[in-house]
Design a protein around this ligand. Structure first.
Ligand code: HEM
Length: 466
C-alpha cells in the first residue's frame, strides 16, 4: 500500500505497480520553493527519478506531480474527479472569469458544445485564406540579411492571424489593436500572480499595478468590441461566421442568450489560450531549424517542391509531411502549455495513494514528453520519430501537448494549421541562421519561451522542380 510521507525527508513506498514519493530537499518553511526558483524545468524534469507520483511543497501548499504517462491520462480523462483548479487554473479563473478553459466540470459541457462549431473543419478551412494573408503581410516585410526578434515577430503573426479569423468584423479592429498590445503585459502578470499568495495580489506594487491596468484595458477593449459587434449585427443582420457570431447566437445551459460579460470572458479566454502558445511553438520551431541545418535543408526541399515561391494554403497541407513532423517534435520538446493543474473534487485515490477532496495535482507535458522510456534520446530534436514507418512508434499516450480527454485543447487543429502554413511559407523563402553560438535559454513562464532569440534571414530562390 502506498503512503506519501508528510515529512520533509525523501520517502518512498511502492504498491504493485506505482511508486509514490516526496521530492527530496524541501526546506522547513519554503519547501521546494528555492529549488523551483533556481531551475523550474530542471526540477520538474528530475521528478520522475523519485516516483510515479511525487509530492512537492511550496511554502505551506502541497501538490502531487504526476510523473507517469498512464497516471497522467487517468487524471486528464476523469475531469469530474480531477477538476480544473489549483494554482494555474484558480488564478486564471479569478481573472478571466468562467470561460471554457478555466470553468469547472459542472459548467464545461454546454460551453464546449457551444464553442466547438467555431473550430469545425469547415470553419478551419474558411479561416485559412486569412491566415495565409497574415503570414504574407509579415514575411513580405522581411529583408535579406535582416536579423529578426523571433518571439516578437511570431507574436505579431499569431495575434493578427487569430484576430482576423476568430474576430473578423471591421468594427472589432480598434479593440483588436489594444488586445495585441496588452496581451504580453497581461500574460506576464498573470503568471507572476499564479505563483504568489493571494493576499499579495492586492499590494500596490508597480508589477501588480501594471497587471491590473493591462487587465482593465484588455477587458474594456473586448467589451467595446462585443458591443460594437452586437450593434452592427442588430442593424445589418448577417455577420461573418466567426467566434463572435457563434457566441452571439449561442444559449447557455438554461437556454438564455449569453450576456456581454460571458461573451467577453470567452473571447479573452481564446486570445489568452491561443496567441502566445502558437507564437512560442513557432519561435521554437524556427530556433530548432536554425540549429539543425540538415533538417532545415530537408524542409526547404519539401516546401520548395510543394510551394515554389508562393505562400502555403489549405490544399498544400497534406503534402507538407515533414513540416507537420517538425511541429509535432517541437511541441514534444517545448510544449507551450507546459504545466496544468487539477484539484480533486472528492476523496479519491491515485497510484494507490489516497487523496482528500481539494488536493492539488500538477500535470506537466514537458516532464512526461522528456521521459527516456517513452522517447529514446529524449533531448534530441528528431522529427523523423513521427514518420509512419518509424520503429518503435512513439507512444501516443505520452504525447500530450494539447492535454487529453474532455478538456483537450479546442484550438489544436487551428494552431497546427496556422503553424504549418507559417513554417512552410517561411521555409520556402528564407534560410534562418543563429546570430550567436550561445545556447538559447528557455524561460518557463505562462508558456515556454525562447529568451533573446534572434535569427538572421537569408532569402532563398526556389529549387528547380525535378
Ligand atoms: C501550440 C498551441 C497550443 C497549445 C500547446 C495548447 C495547449 C493546450 C492544453 C494543454 C490545453 C489543456 C489544458 C488543461 O487540460 O488544463 C488547452 C486547452 C485549451 N486551449 Fe489550447 N493550446 C494551443 C492553442 C490554442 C488555440 C489556438 C486556442 C484557441 C484559439 C486554444 C484554446 C484553448 C481552450 C479554449 C482550451 C480549454 C478547452 C476546454 O477546457 O474545453 N488553444 N490548450
Amino acid at each position: 500500500m502506498t503512503t506519501a510521507s508528510e515529512s520533509e525527508s525523501e520517502s518512498e513506498s511502492e504498491s504493485d505497480t506505482w511508486t509514490v514519493a516526496t521530492a527530496p530537499g524541501a526546506l522547513p518553511v519554503a519547501g521546494h520553493a528555492l529549488q523551483l526558483r533556481k531551475g523550474l524545468l530542471a526540477f520538474f524534469a528530475g521528478l520522475p527519478a523519485h516516483g510515479d507520483l511525487v509530492q512537492i511543497r511550496i511554502g505551506p501548499s502541497r501538490a502531487f506531480v504526476v510523473c507517469h504517462p498512464d497516471l497522467l491520462r487517468q487524471v486528464l480523462l476523469d475531469d469530474r474527479t480531477f477538476d480544473k483548479g489549483g494554482f494555474v487554473w484558480g488564478r486564471v479563473r479569478q481573472t478571466l472569469g468562467n470561460g471554457l478553459a478555466a470553468c469547472p466540470h459542472r459548467d464545461h459541457r454546454w460551453q464546449r458544445r457551444l464553442l466547438q462549431p467555431a473550430f469545425s473543419r469547415d470553419r478551419l478551412r474558411g479561416y485559412t485564406p486569412a491566415m495565409t494573408e497574415q503570414i504574407s503581410v509579415l514575411t513580405d516585410r522581411w529583408r535579406d540579411g535582416e536579423v529578426i526578434d523571433v518571439p516578437a515577430q511570431m507574436h505579431t503573426l499569431t495575434s493578427q492571424a487569430t484576430l482576423r479569423t476568430l474576430l473578423t468584423a471591421d468594427c472589432v479592429a480598434p479593440a483588436a489593436a489594444t488586445v495585441v498590445e496588452t496581451l504580453p503585459v497581461f500574460l506576464h502578470g498573470i503568471y507572476r500572480q499564479m505563483l504568489m499568495p493571494t493576499h499579495l495580489h492586492r499590494l500596490p506594487t508597480p508589477a501588480n499595478r501594471r497587471f491590473n491596468q493591462g487587465n482593465t484595458r484588455l477587458h474594456a477593449a473586448v467589451s467595446d468590441a462585443v458591443r460594437a459587434y452586437r450593434q452592427v449585427a442588430d442593424q445589418h443582420g448577417d455577420q461573418p461566421e466567426d467566434l463572435l457570431s457563434v457566441l452571439l447566437a449561442g444559449r447557455d445551459q438554461d437556454d438564455r442568450p449569453l450576456t456581454d460579460a460571458q461573451i467577453c470572458d470567452q473571447v479573452i479566454t481564446m486570445l489568452i489560450a491561443g496567441i502566445e502558445t502558437a507564437a512560442s511553438t513557432l519561435a521554437w520551431a524556427l530556433h530548432l531549424l536554425a540549429t539543425h541545418e540538415h533538417i532545415q535543408q530537408r524542409l526547404y526541399t519539401e516546401t520548395s517542391a510543394v510551394l515554389g515561391n508562393r505562400p502555403a494554403t489549405w490544399d498544400d497541407l497534406p503534402r507538407l509531411e515533414l513540416t507537420g513532423h517538425i511541429l509535432t517534435e517541437t511541441l514534444r520538446l517545448y510544449p507551450a502549455a507546459w504545466i496544468l493543474t487539477r484539484v480533486t473534487s472528492t476523496d479519491t485515490e491515485l497510484a494507490g495513494h489516497p487523496l482528500p477532496a481539494g488536493a492539488t495535482l500538477v500535470c506537466s507535458p514537458y516532464l512526461i514528453q522528456r521521459r527516456a522510456d517513452a522517447f529514446p534520446n529524449p533531448e534530441r530534436f528528431d522529427p523523423d520519430r513521427w514518420r509512419a514507418d518509424h520503429t518503435p512508434r512513439p507512444p501516443r499516450h505520452a504525447y500530450v501537448p494539447f492535454g487529453a480527454g474532455a478538456r483537450q485543447c479546442i484550438g489544436d487543429n487551428f494552431t497546427m494549421t496556422l503553424a504549418s502554413l507559417a513554417l512552410a511559407t517561411i521555409s520556402a523563402r528564407w534560410r534562418l541562421d543563429p546570430t550567436t553560438s550561445a545556447p538559447v535559454r528557455c524561460s518557463a513562464a505562462a508558456t515556454l519561451q525562447p529568451q533573446s532569440l534572434r535569427l538572421r534571414l537569408h532569402q532563398r530562390s526556389p529549387l528547380p522542380i525535378s
